[in-house]
Design a binder for this molecule. Sequence first.
Ligand SMILES: CC(C)(COP(=O)(O)OP(=O)(O)OC[C@H]1O[C@@H](n2cnc3c(N)ncnc32)[C@H](O)[C@@H]1OP(=O)(O)O)[C@@H](O)C(=O)NCCC(=O)NCCS
Length: 182
Amino acid sequence: MDLKIVSSAEELQQAFGVRILVYIGEQACPWAEEFDGNDFAATQILGTVDGEPVATARIRWFQDFAKLERLSIRPEWRGGGNGHRLLQYLMEICRKKGFRRLYLHAQMRLASFYRGYGFEIVGQPFGFSDHDYLEMACNLAESEDRLTLEHGPMVLNRPEGAWESVGVLEASLDRMEVPLSA
Ligand SMILES: CC(C)(COP(=O)(O)OP(=O)(O)OC[C@H]1O[C@@H](n2cnc3c(N)ncnc32)[C@H](O)[C@@H]1OP(=O)(O)O)[C@@H](O)C(=O)NCCC(=O)NCCS
């Protein structure tokens, strides 16, 4: 499965398609509760297999923690480790962004899955959209390669999640005969 941060309207449609199948289709979540007003405040993740959208999740960012939401794998692609891959990818993005605390709402049957990644129950069980949930949180070790101002403007300009590749704005420097700063 290839995982990436959504960077186009088509990819967003694909991510939403997975959520419609999984939450609205399988789990009978009403539309307005699934698309709860937070989708344009979130970093959206898409997983594909041979170009077919099969997985998604989103991350919302708070000052003291990142919140992992809407993890979903289409049923035909479950049970082979894609859930592990998706969660590891989300945690890696958070680590790279320098976050040290992660938080999520776990459907109860999945508590041991999240526990395996260091999440612990915080607060009391609660419910919404016809499911019982546990608040879970985990601490991340400080990441040596988290993004900082030391990376400089061009690395920080790169598309989210593609911080290791030369970005389109770096290529734009080729057009300058005289550097703007000169
Ligand atoms: C949760 C989900 C993303 C996991 O995807 P997956 O491809 O099945 O996951 P994996 O094959 O990588 O397995 C990951 C772990 O999930 C757990 N798991 C998956 N389905 C489970 C189920 N129905 N009940 C209990 N545990 C389950 C297992 O602990 C497994 O760990 P193991 O490898 O040690 O056995 C997927 O089942 C899904 O999309 N479910 C519907 C949406 C949902 O409920 N999302 C979670 C909201 S908190």
